[in-house]
Design a protein around this ligand. Structure first.
Ligand code: GLA
Length: 387
């Protein structure tokens, strides 16, 4: 039985009704890392690894959640929407945000599970939040549009779960479109879909299988360093609001000599935005090789200027760039572990897989898992025929 059938069957057995079935995907980001919370650009897409949810309304105020993959149950009430520091917070946080926005809720039954590898930086939490938000909006006929649901998921993550993440993950999961990447301006939320015409090239993720403890504290530190850079520059340029308004000459003139660390962080962000703009132009010309070079540049910046990589991710990128048929590789997401994203000619996939598995093991003693991704539509309802 496939996962969706299992979730649906389990829901009917537990709650004696038929559920609404939702698929809410994880995401990749081709380029534009640590730019979202700096009001910059990102280039993500929703992927064919997803959280699936079976959801229904109750007639009382109770909340009954079942995490299929963990075999864990949560029972609570709409009258007590406070954080538990468990997975239930991703669901409770979304409900709390509907409440704060003035919507009247009903009790919820939810069974969910997924195919997004956990802890790999593919945004399983954003997918879950979006899935719950989408389901509640449908079941209660609240009429929120997708962008409002994206913002609601982000507030749930920022304010309820307590992770100060940007908007990219929720946006990509909710707004994804099959075979397209999303060029998102995180300042205006203007976005455009660009067809991903990469004939004969696969997007392959290599999971470092590490997640260093640094990830949350360093993420917040990087945000603070970028904000400090903006504050320093506001003395000279009172109208700037974020690194989006900043140029390399401004940084060189005012920060390079006096604040070398802040300079490095800010320079990375300014240059990464430019790499993204150049990357989109390269994709428009079908120049995947040029795009791949920009990915290597992004990794260099993340590793040496922004310092959010780790030895395992650097090793994965180093091994990848030595293999035939690899057009580009870089770490993806917050950093300090998770996956690298690689563009690889399909004819070389078998060789790549053998080489990177063997070399990574030899250099780190660890196994890497490879995932080939297809680009898919964002969060939505599904029927039993789809798994
Ligand atoms: C994490 C966050 C995103 C984004 C990336 C870095 O995935 O959730 O908002 O900041 O890191 O690009």
């Amino acid at each position: 039985m496939n996962l969706l059938s299992q979730l649906s069957t389990s829901f009917s057995r537990l709650f004696h009704t038929a559920p609404l079935l939702i698929c809410s995907p994880g995401r990749v980001n081709l380029i534009g890392e640590h730019t979202d919370y700096n009001q910059g650009f990102v280039l993500p897409a929703a992927i064919d690894k997803a959280i699936y949810l079976a959801v229904g309304l109750r007639t009382d105020d109770e909340l009954h959640f079942f995490a299929h993959d963990l075999d864990e149950t949560f029972v609570g009430s709409l009258n007590n929407l406070s954080p538990t520091t468990t997975w239930a917070d991703y669901l409770l946080g979304v409900l709390a945000q509907f409440r704060l926005a003035g919507h009247t809720l009903k009790g919820i039954n939810c069974v969910f599970g997924g195919t997004i590898p956990m802890g790999s930086g593919l945004s399983s939490s954003a997918a879950l939040e979006n899935g719950v938000g989408y389901a509640v909006n449908e079941l209660l006929d609240l009429g929120l549009d997708r962008i409002s649901l994206v913002r609601l998921s982000q507030r749930a993550e920022n304010e309820f779960v307590g992770a100060k993440v940007g908007i990219m993950d929720m946006f990509a999961s909710m707004m994804g479109k099959a075979d397209h990447v999303i060029k998102l301006d995180c300042r205006s939320l203007e976005y455009a879909y660009a067809p991903l015409k990469m004939d004969g090239i696969s997007i392959v993720l290599c999971d470092s299988r590490v997640k260093h403890a640094l990830v949350n504290s360093e993420y917040n530190t990087r945000r603070a360093e970028c904000e400090a850079g903006v504050r320093f520059l506001q003395v000279f340029y009172p109208t700037i609001n974020s690194l989006r308004d900043v140029t390399m000459p401004m940084l060189e003139q005012h920060l390079r000599d006096t604040e070398p660390l802040i300079y490095r962080r800010c320079a990375y962000v300014v240059q990464e935005n430019q790499r993204l703009i150049d990357g989109v132009a390269a994709l428009e010309k079908n120049d995947v090789a040029a795009f791949g070079q920009l990915m290597y540049g992004s990794h260099e910046g993340l590793s040496h200027q922004y310092e959010v990589s780790c030895p395992e991710l650097d090793i994965l990128v180093d091994i990848a760039r030595q293999q035939p048929g690899v057009l580009g590789a870089r770490m993806m997401g917050g950093g300090f572990g998770g996956c690298t994203i690689n563009l690889i000619q399909e004819a070389e996939l078998d060789h790549f897989s053998r080489a990177i598995t063997g070399e990574y093991k030899a250099q780190t003693g660890k196994d890497t898992y490879l995932h080939t991704c297809k680009i898919q539509d964002g969060t939505g309802t599904v029927t039993m025929a789809v798994s």
